[in-house]
Design a protein around this ligand. Structure first.
Ligand code: TYD
Length: 128
C-alpha cells in the first residue's frame, strides 16, 4: 500500500497541487469527484484491469480497503492532501464515509466499462 502526499501551500488558505507525475505516479487522464455519499454506503467493489488511480478524501474522512488477491489492507483517509495509490488489478472498497466526505480520484485512463472487474471471484481467479 502506497500513500501519496501532495504538496500543500499555506498562506491564509491551503492550496494543494499536483502536476506531471511528481506526486501521482502516472499521467492523469481522468478526474472524478464523488459527494453526497450516504455514510452507510459501500462504493467501489471492483478492480481495474489496467487503470491506476489515486484516491483522496479532500473533505471529511473515509476508509478504503484494498486487496491484491493475497493481502488486504485498510486505510483511513483523513487529510485532504494525503491519498492512496490504487494499482491496476487491486480490489477496492470505500466505506465509513463522514457525512461531509468529498472524494477526488485521479485515473490513468478514460472511463471504459470493459476495464472493470466487478465480480470478486473473477478478480481472485485473474489475480492469482
Ligand atoms: P462506479 O465506478 O460504479 O462508482 P464507484 O467506483 O464510486 O462505485 O460509477 C458509478 C457510475 O458513474 C456508473 O454509472 C459509471 C459512471 N462513471 C462514468 O461515467 N465515468 C467515470 O469516470 C466513473 C468513475 C463513473
Amino acid at each position: 500500500m502506497k500513500t501519496i502526499a501532495l504538496p500543500r501551500f499555506i498562506d491564509e488558505a491551503v492550496l494543494i497541487s499536483t502536476q506531471d507525475k511528481k506526486s501521482v505516479p502516472f499521467a492523469i487522464r481522468r478526474v472524478f469527484i464523488i459527494r453526497n455519499i450516504k455514510s452507510k454506503a459501500i462504493r467501489g467493489k471492483h478492480a481495474h484491469k489496467k487503470t491506476k488511480q489515486a484516491l483522496f478524501c479532500i473533505q471529511g474522512s473515509m476508509k478504503v480497503k484494498l486487496s491484491d488477491g493475497k493481502k488486504t489492507v485498510v486505510h483511513r483517509l483523513t487529510k485532504p492532501n494525503v491519498g492512496i495509490f490504487i494499482n491496476q488489478m487491486t480490489w477496492s472498497e470505500m466505506y465509513d464515509f463522514s457525512r461531509d466526505a468529498i472524494v477526488l480520484v485521479f485515473a490513468s485512463d478514460v472511463y471504459k466499462n470493459r476495464d472493470y472487474i466487478r465480480d470478486y471471484q473473477a478478480f481472485l481467479r485473474k489475480a492469482r
